[in-house]
Structures are given as C-alpha cells and as structure tokens.
Write a new protein. Sequence first.
Length: 250
Amino acid sequence: MNAHRSIRLLSDAPLDGPSNMARDEALLIEVGRRASPPTLRLYEWDPPTVSLGYFQPIAAFERLPAPAGSLAVVRRLTGGGAILHDRELTYAWVLPDDHALLAGGPNRLYELAHQAIAAALRDLGPTATTAGVSDDSGPRRGPFFCFGRRHRFDLVVGEAKIAGSAQRRTRHAVLQHGSIVLDNRFPQQPSARVDGPTDDAAQRLRAGLRRAFAEVTRCDITAGTWTAPEGAVAADLIGKYAGVEWTGRV
C-alpha cells in the first residue's frame, strides 16, 4: 500500500498532562521531519487535568473555583477553550503537510475525524451529530471550557457537546487532537456522556475508532510502537509542558 494510505496506530496508557502534550509535539516534529509515519494516537489522562488552549490566559484558570480549579493544568499547542480531561479518550492525528488527506483543506480533517468518532460512538449508544453552526467564542471571550463553546464541526448529542478538536500546523506537518467525553464528574465542564462503565467504554471506543478511521479515510491503520527517537524528543519536551514559563505564557 502507498505510504500515504497507511497510518500507524499508537494506543497509549494513561499519562499526566505534560507527558501527553510532549508526546503530541514529538509526533508533530518527527512526522514533519519525515522520520516518523503518519500516526493516529489514542490516549487518556491521569490525573484529571485541565488543558488550556494556546491563547488562553492562565489568569482564567487561576480564577476557576474548585473542584476544577484545584486540578493539574497544562497548556496545549492548539487553540480553543480549556478542556477538563478526566473520563474521556483523546485522539491525536499527525500527518505530513503533503499527505493526501490534506488536499481538501484544513476543515477536511475535522470532518473526517468527527465522522469516525460519530460512527464509533454509535456502537456505544449515543447518536452524535455535527453542531452545524459556530458561536462567537474566542481566546478571551466566551465560556472558559471548550465544551461550553460551539464550532460547526463539534459533535453534539442533543444540545450537549461530546467531542471537539483543534489543530496546530507547521510548515511540515499537521497535528489535530480532540477529546471524546465518556463520563463527567465535574459539572463545571458541561458535556454529554456515554452510558455504562467508563473503562469498558474506553476500550470499546479505542477499537471502534481504529475501524472507523480506517473506513472514513480509506487508509490501512496498523498498530505500531513508539520509536527511540520519538521517545527521546518527547522526554526532552516534558520539562517545557511541566514548566511555569510555558503554562503561564499568556
């Protein structure tokens, strides 16, 4: 199969916020260098963590009351509102800038990923549809949490959001990652949820996403492992995401 029609799958165990964000950036760097293949990464978070959008001021988090305001915090490479990562599954999709799936423009990746997510969620019960319209939220206005905002490609169940995504583009590669909520024990972040035990739902969703991404992209998605260079780049980046300079940069 053409290399552009093959995507490596990385299925990670739960990690803390700095480790997760370091791994996403490491993939963006290594795929951009053509040292790593196009990759779909699936992962979870432990402990529960609030991730700030790239442009969100840290002061907005510091004003957040408990319980969410008492959680760990990290800043993403991507924009949008904050996300409370707890009982959810996160995906990261990293492609080189000349990948065939980018031919349809930047929004095409949102469409494809959310088609796949909606298909995988149907196997767990929820019928998710695209929101269809965007609100006027921005880095310094609108609800603090991403799941209180609406972008036209977001997935909703009824009026409640269940999945949303954001992108970071360099001259050489594209990172798109997003959160899929399974359960919600922090009402400060409004969201839909999936019925049933969260651990079971997460495992079923991982399997469902692999099938659904393969179907909507017409790519061969093959389980793979982290390379030693990727691991080294990620290890070097953990300090950045754990540090005050990056997290408090806005």
